[in-house]
Design a binder for this molecule. Sequence first.
Ligand code: HEC
Ligand code: HEC
Length: 205
Amino acid sequence: MKKTISIIALGIVATVFISAVLSSSEWGERDDDERYEKYHESEDHEYGSSRGGWLESGADVRAVGNETYQGECGGCHFAYQPGLLPGEDWERIMTSLDEHYGDDASLDETEAYEIRVYLLENAADQASLSRARAFSAGSVTGAGLPRITNTAYFRREHTEIPARFVRGNADVGSFSNCQACHLNADAGIFNEHQVVIPGVGRWDD
Ligand code: HEC
Ligand code: HEC
């Protein structure tokens, strides 16, 4: 009889303990969600206000805010936002501008210094916006130069897009042309609901 009672008692204690753990973790999650929402609201406030109409959608990475960078690094291709690669990768790109993906993109020392500082201060691993954080894992290339299009996050987001829409599409050519499909890439908006693939149309997942 004593034994049975202690088993029952043990059972009750265990039940109380388990439900306490379960409910505490439930609360834990809710707290996280709330923190996440607050965090995003403040982001919209901070970045969205200067962009008027795009307040609702919000930026995924911070728009380019340096004229030297825009001019020098946006001449041959889209001016990739610093938040699309971690600092380590930008550093590698900036120390080999004379052999830049088969091109010579050399700069004078003053400009190179300004751009390097701008990139490092705003790199993906320094950013707070959620998608920039996702890019901070960096590029998976071995020996070659780092590429945004080779980051694990980029690949994961673009696996469903057939090659005929990209390489086989004269209006796109390569995944490196972000702005060909992402209508508001300039504003740092890469939202999948604002994608139109030229000659194909709006992306409807
Ligand atoms: C003279 C032309 C030229 C200039 C100037 C130039 N680039 Fe490039 N860049 C290229 C070419 C060509 C590629 C390869 C594009 C491709 O493979 O489609 C490239 C690729 C890149 C990529 C990889 C894109 C990907 O596929 O993920 C990054 C990042 C990049 N450039 C950054 C920069 C930065 C930063 C600067 C300024 C310091 C700069 N570029 C200036 C020609 C240039
Ligand atoms: C051929 C058109 C095309 C090009 C070029 C392209 N993208 Fe995309 N991208 C898409 C499509 C389509 C999606 C949505 C994919 C899905 O949800 O299945 C997407 C999704 C994304 C996402 C995730 C968005 C979300 O809402 O989760 C990011 C971030 C992104 N692209 C960044 C880039 C960057 C940076 C570049 C240039 C280096 C680029 N893309 C080039 C078509 C393109």
